[in-house]
Design a binder for this molecule. Sequence first.
Ligand code: UDP
Ligand code: GLC
Length: 383
Amino acid sequence: MAAPRVLFVCHTGSISGAELVLLDIVEPFAGQSAFLFEDGPLAAALAGRGLKVAVSRWGQGLAQVRRDSSVLKVIPLIGRLLAIVVEVIRAARRHDVVYANSQKAFVLSAIAAKIARRPLIWHLHDIISGAHFGAMQRRVQVTLANLCASRAVVPSQACADAFIAEGGKPDLIAVVPNGLDIAREAKSPAEVRQELKLPAGPLVGVFSRLAAWKGQHVVLQALAQAPGVSCIIAGDALFGEQAYATRLHQMIDDLGLGDRVHFLGQRSDVPRLMSAVDAVIHPSIDPEPFGRTLVEAMLAGVPVIATDAGAASDILEAGRAGTLVPPGDAGALAAAIRTVMSHPPELAAQLTYADARARAHYGKAQMLQTISAIIDTTAGDVS
Ligand code: UDP
Ligand code: GLC
């Protein structure tokens, strides 16, 4: 069979974890197409991978509509959403298979693919639960998946379990862990710190976009209980979470952390920054669907302190490859930070184990091979 013609569909033009995964997935698909609901850095990045990129005339700004929004907020948008469905139908008819890379992309692609009679793969990067989606949204997603999707690719068992618990068909699921391929920083942490003008002394880092469920506020509360420890926070409010960013700045003033916490904004050199800190903190207060930052930290050779919710426990092998703390518990996080900063002797073995684990289970080549095979099979099933 000839290589299938694939249409990748994304709702956003911004680049967070799900889009970074997509940028890897499309590597073997140069010459194929991507359809984005809005313009943004993702369009250029996909074009840079050799994809033909089209952007909707109607979708600009839709990614900023929060995914837990009520039905009432969505009603005024229905005309634009239908116009996007029509655009996707037209594009889908020129392809053999549609690959939707997010929940919003999936919902509109499901309707479009059904009408265009094309098979649809949903790469579901979320844990479908009440923490992120309203009851109606969850029902719509799962019903459409059961009716319209050929496969639902998820990055972790936590995502699979949530999908099934909401009524999703288990046989749609393919668990494909995110794969990363990152070379270890060659320079010493001290050299990198100097070059990047990072603070001296005990230093931790958070490398998640700014969003309440990512839990940066808990890190600030913990720092108030960990004197002498500084923190860099990389990442921006990518999806309409500006109020949370403002709240974080306010907390820093209130807690008197101004000289210890440094906001770096959205960065493109996360692996380097990670290599310069004494610990990476992954503080999500809701279950994390995967958490690329966990694996990036493991590959950077830096201790990870993560909240024990969602995929983190699997990735860190229940604490063998990093430290797990209860979500939202600033006291426990502060204690873990103090322990790691004291450089306990067992840390070296943990780092070696974490590095080997990341390479064995979360490699990019494995992910690409599995997903390419799923795309081929799905296209082949109907052609
Ligand atoms: N990231 C980045 N620049 C930043 C902060 C984060 O490139 O300033 C990257 C980070 O290295 C990781 C991704 O964004 O690869 C976040 O993915 P993750 O799966 O951890 O969480 P998400 O934001 O997708 O929920
Ligand atoms: C989403 C999830 C994150 C996951 C990423 C890639 O953005 O929040 O946990 O790592 O997608 O699958």
